[in-house]
Design a protein around this ligand. Structure first.
Ligand code: AMP
Length: 127
């Protein structure tokens, strides 16, 4: 299957990994809306909310909370959007389910261009 997120999950193309477990990986978005923009991606390929695996659905929100807290502790944003697009009409571009964690800053976004260091900084704050 020609799916970029399946290839990232399989390690066939590189990514900046923030977290992984048996069911999910979390990576930095390659084209971030803000510094620390992170994607949670189920390993299992499902397109969007309409066919998302039931176990993945159950595990997702506790994981989103865990990673949101890690982003908050590492980057100290002023807020955070948690967003998820379903279908082209809703702006979905990659047809493999993923949840966006987008920290928001009242002032300027922290200037962190080193994605390896950034992923590590977030990862270090996971509790
Ligand atoms: P969506 O519009 O919800 O489908 O979002 C897709 C997201 O995936 C966008 O924010 C892209 O910047 C991001 N993206 C696409 N390719 C990659 C990649 N190879 N590594 C990390 N993020 C990616």
């Amino acid at each position: 299957m020609d799916c970029i997120f399946c290839k990232i999950v399989a390690g066939e193309i590189p990514s900046h990994k923030v977290y992984e477990n048996d069911s999910f990986i979390a990576i930095l978005d390659i084209n971030p809306s803000e510094t620390g923009h992170t994607l949670i991606i189920p390993r299992k390929h499902n397109e969007n909310i309409f066919d998302l695996d039931e176990d993945d659905a159950r595990e997702l929100m506790p994981l989103a909370k865990k990673l949101a807290i890690a982003i908050d502790r590492s980057l100290h944003p002023d807020g955070m959007n948690i967003r998820q697009n379903n279908g082209t009409a809703a702006g979905q571009e990659v047809m493999h389910y993923h949840l966006h964690l987008i920290p928001r800053y009242s002032g300027a976004s922290p200037d962190k261009k080193d994605f390896t260091a950034l992923a590590e900084a977030i990862s270090d704050q996971i509790i």
